[in-house]
Design a protein around this ligand. Structure first.
Ligand SMILES: C[S@@+](CC[C@H](N)C(=O)[O-])C[C@H]1O[C@@H](n2cnc3c(N)ncnc32)[C@H](O)[C@@H]1O
Length: 271
């Protein structure tokens, strides 16, 4: 079964009404592809059946949510991003008595633990609070666990070294039964919470907001909503770190920011 555009729209309107999740602002090509894949694997026969199943069965909806959002991530992903934070942002954060950071769209936590490790190495972790949010509770649960397959550690160690890590990466986890269990001290200053960038409001003020590989899945209008939300959540001189796949260049809010790192898309609010 292939869903027509109006059937997809209908489906998203019903989902929004029932659960408050709004996918109408997601970029069409990517969401259609994932929706189609979901239909094929779940063996649902008609648009009506899919709609009914989603509206009546919340567990099925949670599964759907995970399948149509992209959760791919890794530790010290794009190592030069972390190198830039260390060089251009952390020294300024260090001038504050207390640091509040929002990792928006943190997925299963690899980005979050990478941040925690670098904050720790630069002596900033003790005075930091990190708010780690995502639309999906399932990936947040994984983030809270902080347990990842040991096979990935070779690649992550390479990323860590490339980013400028100072220690031996294996100091941060305990290897057990094929997994790397990251030390719980890395999450002692982390608050995990579900937050939907498409519909929820600002919930605090932060010195640094990290949101990478999330806006690329949104249409322009939703991107603008999220950038405005970030603007409202940053004081003047607060940092917004978007990573090398995103940009503020097309945003009507761009004049509120100065560029700190052109490639890694790290900005500072100036007014
Ligand atoms: C590709 S992952 C990026 C993870 C991490 N930031 C990184 O760059 O490695 C995108 C994440 O955005 C989350 N996401 C998608 N839509 C969202 C929304 N409306 N609000 C909050 N998070 C959302 C997904 O659940 C997913 O975990």
């Amino acid at each position: 079964m292939v869903l027509e555009d109006d059937q997809i729209e209908d489906l998203f309107v019903s989902v929004k009404r029932r659960y408050g999740y709004d996918f109408t602002g997601y970029s069409e090509a990517s969401i259609k592809r994932r929706l189609q894949k979901f239909i094929e694997t779940s063996e649902i026969q008609s648009a009506g059946a899919l709609r009914n199943h989603l509206l009546q069965d919340e567990t099925f909806f949670r599964f759907f949510l995970d399948e149509i959002t992209v959760n791919v991530t890794e530790m010290f992903r794009d190592p030069l991003f972390f190198a830039s934070l260390k060089k251009n942002v952390f020294p300024l954060l260090n001038t504050y008595p207390f640091i509040k950071i929002w990792d928006a769209g943190c997925a299963s936590g690899e980005e979050l633990y990478s941040l925690a490790i670098f904050l720790d190495e630069d002596g900033l972790y003790g005075k930091s609070r990190i708010y780690a949010t995502d639309i999906s509770q399932r990936v947040l649960d994984k983030a809270m666990d902080g347990i990842y397959p040991i096979d990935l550690m070779k690649e992550y160690t390479g990323n860590y070294i490339h980013a400028g890590g100072k220690r031996s990466f294996s100091e941060y986890y305990t290897a057990m039964y094929g997994n790397a269990i990251f030390h719980s001290s890395l999450k002692k200053n982390v608050m995990f919470s579900a937050h939907n960038l498409a519909v929820d409001e600002s919930f605090n003020e932060f010195n640094l907001i990290v949101c990478r590989n999330v806006l690329i899945y949104f249409k322009r209008q939703l991107q603008e909503r999220v950038i405005e939300l970030f603007l409202k959540s940053l004081p003047v001189f607060g940092f917004l770190a978007l990573g090398n796949k995103e940009t503020l260049s097309f945003s009507s809010f761009k004049n509120h920011f100065e560029e700190i790192d052109r490639l890694q898309k790290i900005y500072r609010r100036i007014n």
